[in-house]
Design a protein around this ligand. Structure first.
Ligand code: AMO
Length: 434
């Protein structure tokens, strides 16, 4: 058992053993201070050289920065100490020595570029502002899970090694599976849909998706975390309601439980839980409004995907989360259902943050003949998807759902410039390790 006291719990009058990293040593001559850091904060350790054992002073002040040490002593009140208390050490043990040369400076006094930080993520995460991002990410996922439970969902886990792709427009990563061609899964799409016809009916999954995107952008990863939802007997409007509930719950959880982290990131004053309900704009209105901004060199026409600059121009006008609905059927995947009264229009929707797309979703095609015809129209071989289509012959209810990019949610919530900031060990064109 770890019997140390966390630095944040050390109270004046305690005899405590604290353990952690040497953040800084300040030697003022007769007196010196060592700042010890652990996951809860920092504490000052005071060395009065003339009054202390020479070996103790030598061990405490001779250790390199970022070494791991254990210090036992009396906790005393000291107004001038950064946290109002300090430890007068009776023993100092060097548990794990750090090299004198560090690849980056965890005290943050010297800035490091993102690639250096990602190469040395362990050291990078010793910085309060980096650690804060991942504490918030964890809280966000906790709140999202709770919101899904509130919506009556069951959490599922589906295979990441698969036989077929589902998301046209992004490439697959092929792998060899016992001599057979297989792929890393792009989305749990087909599996989550199969569950709405099972006894589970309403499900969610939080897991990795793999996209062999060739381009290297600040908002694309080759391995991302997808937050997926699917429910029997939902239409696209119900699915949008559920999406709004989950996104708002993520903000609420962070606002409630991450005050310190938001403060560390300089967001305490500006962080806002979205209050208003998210407006729903049709695709047609969206392209008209983008065209009216005059930001694009060429006007958008019906059937165009929205270019990044277009999304940004519209986002600036909207100034909050909003849905884009009624997309042209031709630019949505085969599993999205067309509108009942107009098959040029789909039930597909996207949830947008003012700066980027966060979610795609829609009502699904649950009628067997229509589904198979849709495969053929998209140039896909229905036979390869027989494991999926077959279940639509045995009682598949109408259903709807969506997929939310976990890192994009963290990124937009915290105003990060690069999606890689929201992943411990990002996978991109250049980065396969660590
Ligand atoms: P889509 O492909 O739009 O839809 O993905 C859903 C959401 O996942 C995030 N995302 C990514 N984030 C980072 N890097 C990437 N390369 C990346 N690709 C996607 C985005 C995106 O909005 N099966 C459908 C969802 C559904 O209909 O249920 C799907 O995967 O935030």
């Amino acid at each position: 058992m770890d019997e140390r006291t966390y630095t944040a719990d050390a109270e004046p009058g305690d005899e405590a053993t604290v353990a952690g990293w040497v953040h800084e040593i300040r030697d003022l001559g007769g007196i010196a201070f060592l700042i010890l850091r652990d996951t809860t904060g920092k504490i000052q350790v005071k060395f009065e050289k003339d009054e202390m054992d020479d070996d103790l002073v030598e061990t405490g002040l001779g250790v390199h920065r970022e070494s791991v040490i254990r210090v036992a002593g009396a906790v005393e009140e000291e107004e001038r100490a950064p946290t109002g208390v300090e430890i007068v050490p009776e023993s100092v043990e060097v548990v794990a020595e750090a090299d004198p040369e560090l690849p980056l400076d965890p005290s943050g006094k010297v800035d490091a570029e993102l690639p250096t930080r990602l190469d040395n993520r362990t050291l990078d995460l010793r910085k309060d502002e980096v650690k804060a991002i991942f504490e918030i990410r964890a809280e966000l996922l906790r709140s999202v899970r709770e919101a899904f439970r509130g919506l009556g969902c069951t959490e599922i886990n589906t295979p990441k090694i698969v036989a077929t792709g589902t998301e046209g427009g992004t490439e697959l990563f092929p792998i060899t599976y016992f001599g057979q061609e297989a792929f890393m899964n792009q989305s749990p799409q087909l599996f989550k849909q199969l569950m709405v016809g099972s006894g589970l009916e309403r499900v969610f999954e939080i897991g990795p998706i793999f996209r062999a995107e060739e381009h290297n952008t600040p908002r694309h990863l080759n391995e991302a975390t997808s937050i997926d939802f699917e429910s029997a007997f939902f239409d696209e409007s119900d699915a949008m309601d559920a999406c709004e509930t989950v996104v708002r719950a993520a903000y609420e959880g962070v606002a409630e439980n991450c005050a310190t982290e938001l403060e560390t990131l300089g967001l305490a004053e500006t962080f806002e839980v979205p209050e208003e309900s998210f407006p729903r704009l049709s695709y047609e209105e969206a392209i008209e409004r983008i065209n009216a901004t005059g930001e694009l060199d060429e006007q958008l026409v019906w059937g165009d995907d929205l270019p990044t600059e277009g999304e940004r121009a519209l986002g600036e006008e909207m100034g909050q989360h909003y849905f884009i609905t009624e997309w042209p059927s031709e630019i949505k995947p085969f599993y999205i259902k067309d509108k009942e009264d107009d098959e040029q229009l789909s039930t597909g929707f996207d949830l947008m943050h003012p700066s980027m797309e966060l979610v795609s979703g829609g009502q699904r095609e649950h009628r067997y003949e229509h589904l198979v015809a849709g495969f053929e129209q998209q140039g896909l071989d229905p036979e390869a998807f027989e494991y999926y289509t077959k279940m639509f012959r045995y009682g598949m209810p109408p259903h709807a759902g969506w997929g939310l990019g976990g890192e994009r949610l963290v990124m937009t919530m915290l105003g990060l410039d690069n999606i890689r900031e929201a992943v411990l060990f990002p996978r991109d064109r250049q980065r396969l390790s660590p």
